[in-house]
Structure formats: C-alpha cells, structure tokens
Design a protein around this ligand. Structure first.
Ligand SMILES: NC(=O)c1ccc[n+]([C@@H]2O[C@H](COP(=O)([O-])OP(=O)(O)OC[C@H]3O[C@@H](n4cnc5c(N)ncnc54)[C@H](O)[C@@H]3O)[C@@H](O)[C@H]2O)c1
Length: 449
C-alpha cells in the first residue's frame, strides 16, 4: 500500500473522502443467493415466458404496483427484491407507457442489491417494433445508472421459440447474487430446446474444464468457482508460476499443467493432459492474458506481438487443435469455450492499442465461431471484465486506480469471483441457448458499458 493510499484509507482520510462525495460503495449480494424481498412480475402484452420460467425456478411472484398518474405515486408496502417485466408482447410505442408505469414504483421501492430484469424478444418485425426494441435498450441502460444501493438491471433478448427450459439458467443467474457486478447489460438467449429443469447447485459435476492463467487473480477465482460447481479443473499457467499453480490445483482438487499457451504445441499438450484423465473435455476458459501498455507512438513490434499472441492468437490456435475431431482429449460435442475480453478493449483505452486489439479480437472471435459450432452444440462466448481488483489492477497508481474503480454505476471495483460466476453461468449445461455473446462484468462501467 502506498503512503498516499494509507492516508486515504485512514480515519481522517476517509472523512475527507466522504466530504469530497466519495461515500463507501454499496455492499453487493453475491453467490447463489436470491433477493430477500418479493419477486414482482409484470406482464405487458400477452407473453408468459417469464412467469413460466419463474415457476421452474420455484419462485413465487407478486403482482406489480402500477403508477396510475394519481398523487401520491403508489408504492410497495415493503421493499421488493426484484421486478421482472415480461415485455415479450410489447410491440408499440404507446405500450412503453405501461413499462414506465410498472418501473416507476419499483425503482423507488427496490431493496439493496435488488434486480430489475426486462424479458423481451430480439429486435424484429416492422419499423415500430424494431424501434421499440431499441427503446428498451435505452431504458435498461438508463435505469442502471439511476438505481442505488447495488441494485442492477438487465435486458434479456429471448428468442420467439424459446421455452422456460432455455431461459432458466439465465434468469436464475441474473436474479441470484452470482450476477452482482453485471449491470445495465443486454444479451440474447436462443431457443435450444432445453428440458424444463430448474437450477442445480453443482451443474458441472465431474466435467473436465481447462482454465488458463489459473495461478492467480481472475484465473484462480475461476478455478475455485467452477470447482465449487463440481468441475474437475485442469489449471494451466507458465512454468515460473508453477508453485502458485500447484497450490490452486491442489486446493480445488484438480491437476496442474505448466505450459506457455503461446508454445506451438500448446493445444496438443492440453489435449494429451486431458486424454490421460480418461474423461472427455467439456470446456476451455481462455483466461491467460497480459498487458504491455504504451501509447501507440511508443509501441514497438515486440510489445504488439506479445500481447496479440498471448491474448488472442494462442487461444485461436488452441481452439483449432481441440476442435479437431481427430484430437484425442479434444473438446466434446456439447462443450463450452469462453474467452476473456475487456471493457478497455471494447471501448478503446489510451495507452492500450495492442491490448484493445487483442481483446476486441476475442469478441470478434467468439461471434465468428458461435454459428459455425452450433451444429456440434458447442457454445462460444466471452466475458468482458471492467475494473476487477487483482494484482494486474493493483499496479495502477492509487489515485488513478480509485478513479477507475469508482467509474461505474456500482461505484466500486468488481471481484475476481464476479467474473468467475459469469463464466460458471455460461458453462452451465442449461445455458445451451447462450452463444456468440459478450457479457460485460463491469458494474456498468462508464467506459464502454
Ligand atoms: N483485472 C482486471 O481488471 C481485468 C479487466 C479486464 C480483463 N482482464 C483480463 O482477465 C484475465 C485475467 O486477468 P488478471 O487480472 O487475473 O491477470 P493476472 O496478471 O493477475 O493473471 C494472469 C495469469 O495469466 C498467466 N499467463 C500470462 N501469460 C501466459 C502464457 N503465455 N501462458 C500461460 N499463462 C500465462 C500469468 O502467469 C498469470 O497467472 C486477463 O485475460 C486480463 O486481460 C482483467
């Protein structure tokens, strides 16, 4: 901790920070926890997908309070835990008023770390329907910026043909504390004909999952969280990190593989390791990543090449080997691939052209691969973390770090486990309809959210 950081975290320092408007950030709800208060369900139009999915999740629902324009604005008797609005039947601009009327009392009455979830169909139809679909996006992003106390909002675009079985893992994830740092985001759930099952405590039981960069930081958290969910972890990191890697692998009851992922035979080495376990490979989480920051004017070919190779090209080469049906120990049909992008990559960030290229490239890669792998039922997604408290971000000078960590709707940095939980959701066998998506885990970062 630097002298400046010590001064700021001391008692007088905290008082000065509070005066400057830097209040203690809200405490987030994490893990497999449900909202404490009631789950309120509003249905606009004749859609019933959210209702049927909440039934699968075993959640009872209450009716919404509706703002009828009278005085005073009606409110809820006690704080509510979540508002789920099914707008799958919403198609016209005047119907947006119905949405406002259920949102208004809810944003006033939502509990700490509560949830607003809007369940819509993807943009389609006539001019008005498509414009309304975008209006929902604007509403979702704005509510995220207005909610207080760690409450979050999410917009889900769910395919017309989707069933409650297709939505159950997604709605469960969003309502539970696992989505603590996912705020103001929208993503798509396709129809995958998932059986109508509820959430499971250990959805990855006995499934082999490779996690690269697992010796520390976000990678170690991914290994721990996925092991909690039942996975058999193969923890990969470079030989100099061997000791820390062995510790993580032992802790989660997995195996360690010392490997530089940029090695030409990295894919073959991973496959051989998995083949020795005698079990099929279910998923690969490409988490290993590096930064070599410099303004572009000072970025030479070697800084450029190393970042692009570790963060992007290596995972593409490894995927190619593991996706080859001839590879013993390769990825099984129905498997999962996850890449790690970054909000700085998606939005652009001064001094990080190489990193932004690599991380935006990861988003492009998953979008390109997803349709090609659909016939093998392999899903390919990315998570894009914002500011996460790790050794990587711990190296940023204190004042700059404090600005970065507060520059989002939840006024704090995320934890490695927040990224890990989102990956756990993507790996859940019930998330089959979620593919080609880039989900930001950034607390609705002001940059690129
Ligand atoms: N920390 C953040 O705020 C943040 C934000 C956005 C994205 N990310 C991304 O999340 C991922 C993890 O970040 P972190 O903060 O935990 O980083 P970190 O530096 O703490 O850990 C990265 C791990 O990857 C390993 N690694 C690096 N090069 C490797 C290689 N060639 N082969 C095998 N392993 C290698 C390192 O040894 C290390 O253990 C990275 O891809 C990073 O770009 C992090």
């Amino acid at each position: 901790m630097s002298a400046l950081e010590k001064a700021f975290t001391s008692k007088p320092g905290k008082a000065i920070a509070a005066k400057a408007g830097l209040k203690d950030p809200p405490r987030l709800r994490r893990g497999r926890t449900w909202p404490e208060g009631a789950i309120v369900l509003a249905e606009i139009g004749d859609g019933s997908l959210a209702r049927r999915t909440l039934t699968l999740l075993g959640r009872s629902v209450e009716s919404p309070v509706v703002d009828d324009g009278g005085e005073p604005t009606p409110g809820y008797g006690a704080r509510i835990g979540a508002l789920v609005v099914d707008v799958t039947g919403l198609t016209t601009i005047p119907q947006l008023e119905e949405l406002r009327a259920v949102l208004r009392p809810a944003v006033k009455g939502i509990e700490r770390a509560g949830r607003i979830v809007i369940v819509a169909h993807p943009s389609a139809g006539d001019w008005e329907q498509r414009s309304v679909a975008r209006a929902l996006d604007g509403i979702n992003r704005t509510i995220g910026k207005e909610l207080r106390g760690g409450a979050t909002t999410t917009l889900l675009h769910v395919a017309q043909e989707a069933t409650p079985g297709d939505l159950v893992s997604t709605l469960g994830f969003v309502l539970q504390g696992r989505s603590a740092f996912v705020d103001g985001q929208a993503w798509t759930v396709a129809a995958a004909e998932q059986p109508a099952e509820t959430l499971q405590e250990r959805p990855l039981e006995d499934r082999v999952v490779v996690v690269t960069g697992a010796a520390r930081g976000i990678g170690a958290a991914i290994a721990r969280t996925l092991a909690r969910d039942g996975a058999r972890i193969v923890a990969v990191d470079i030989p100099p990190a061997g000791e820390a890697l062995a510790q993580v692998a032992n802790e989660v009851g997995g195996t360690a593989l010392q490997l530089d992922i940029t090695a030409a035979d990295a894919g073959a080495a991973i496959a051989a390791h998995v083949a020795r376990s005698g079990r099929p490979l279910y998923a690969v989480v490409h988490n290993a990543g590096i930064t070599r920051d410099k303004m572009l004017a000072n970025t030479d070919a070697s800084r450029w090449a190393s970042v692009l190779d570790v963060n992007l090209a290596a995972q593409m080469r490894i995927n190619e080997v593991l996706l080859d049906p001839a590879t013993e120990g390769g990825l099984a049909d129905g498997g999962r691939l996850v890449g790690i992008a970054s909000t700085s990559g998606l939005a652009g960030n001064k001094g990080q052209t190489n990193y932004a290229a690599s991380k935006a490239g990861v988003a492009g890669l998953v979008e390109a691969m997803a349709p090609d792998l659909a016939e093998r039922s392999v899903t390919v997604n990315a998570v894009a973390p914002g500011f996460i408290e790790t050794e990587m971000t711990g190296r940023i000078p204190f004042v700059q770090r404090e600005i970065f960590r507060r520059s989002n709707s939840l006024s704090q940095g995320g934890r490695p486990e927040d990224v890990a939980e989102t990956i756990g959701y993507l790996l859940d066998p019930r998330s089959q309809g979620v593919t080609g998506q880039v989900i930001r885990v950034c607390g609705q970062n002001l940059v690129g959210a």
